[in-house]
Ligand binder design. Structure first.
Ligand SMILES: CC(C)(COP(=O)(O)OP(=O)(O)OC[C@H]1O[C@@H](n2cnc3c(N)ncnc32)[C@H](O)[C@@H]1O)[C@@H](O)C(=O)NCCC(=O)NCCS
Ligand SMILES: Nc1ncnc2c1ncn2[C@@H]1O[C@H](COP(=O)(O)OP(=O)(O)OP(=O)(O)O)[C@@H](O)[C@H]1O
Length: 198
């Protein structure tokens, strides 16, 4: 079974992904893959430099993530340009990693994909788990974690589909407003339900 783990920015996907890894599940992490495909020397990074200019490349040859983030989270046209370059490479690499886990004999693989709905990747997974938080909690956690102003955090939240749309498309919704222990309990219940359906 392929489980798609998604949610909105700072809703708690990485927190839940960490719990799943501790339980022994293999995880394909789209945010990590997004870093791997733009390593210095890759064609993807060259294309990003051509479109966004040499100022998005640091002196050590790596992508200046902060600078690219400040461009694309504030401008939908630039975001589309970046997505058009980087998403095909991310998709290919995620599918490759998923295949490696399946061929190694894993029956369940987790795919942590923040933009699962935005990129219409529902076909890649059998079950969809959405990690949800209230708008207020999301804003607070995002500002704290990334050291963003309210305006910067709101721009990032607005660059994704509303949480309610994601919840509607979910097989299960995990409410991550409460303490971590509560999130873990919900996760265990959901996994139990899905495993007994196999
Ligand atoms: C813009 C970049 C350079 C910012 O890097 P930074 O290290 O600050 O953030 P990080 O990669 O950890 O992403 C944090 C979160 O931002 C959100 N996010 C990232 N990219 C996008 C995007 N194109 N559209 C909407 N939300 C996005 C996701 O919720 C993600 O979990 C980086 O996010 C990136 O390369 N984005 C394009 C690739 C992408 O779409 N990644 C999302 C997973 S497929
Ligand atoms: N139940 C919780 N209670 C308090 N803080 C939490 C809880 N869950 C997550 N957090 C904190 O909220 C922040 C966002 O969580 P996390 O990084 O897991 O979100 P994410 O969905 O993976 O974010 P992104 O989309 O940016 O990758 C982190 O600082 C995390 O420590």
């Amino acid at each position: 079974m392929i489980i798609g783990l998604t949610g909105s920015i700072a809703s708690g996907k990485s927190t839940v992904s960490q719990m799943l890894q501790e339980l022994g599940y293999p995880v394909v992490d789209a945010d990590l893959v997004a870093r791997q495909v733009v390593e210095p020397g890759t064609q993807t990074l060259k294309s990003i430099e051509e479109v966004f200019g040499p100022e998005v490349i640091r002196t050590d040859g790596s992508m200046d993530r902060e600078r690219v983030g400040s461009i694309i989270f504030n401008d939908p046209a630039s975001r589309k340009k970046l997505n058009d370059i980087i998403h095909p490479a991310i998709r290919r690499e995620m599918l490759r990693q998923r295949q490696v886990f399946l061929e190694a004999g894993n029956e369940t693989v987790i795919m942590d994909i923040p933009l699962l709905f935005e990129s219409k990747l529902q076909h890649m997974v059998d079950k969809i788990l959405v990690v949800s938080v209230s708008e207020r909690e999301q804003l607070k956690r995002l500002m704290e974690r990334n050291g963003l102003t309210e305006q910067e955090a709101k721009a990032r939240i607005a660059s994704q589909l509303p949480m309610s749309v994601k919840e509607e498309g979910a097989d299960e919704v995990l409410d991550n407003n409460g303490p971590i222990d509560d999130t873990k309990r919900q996760l265990m219940r959901i996994l139990d339900r899905w495993q007994t359906q196999l």
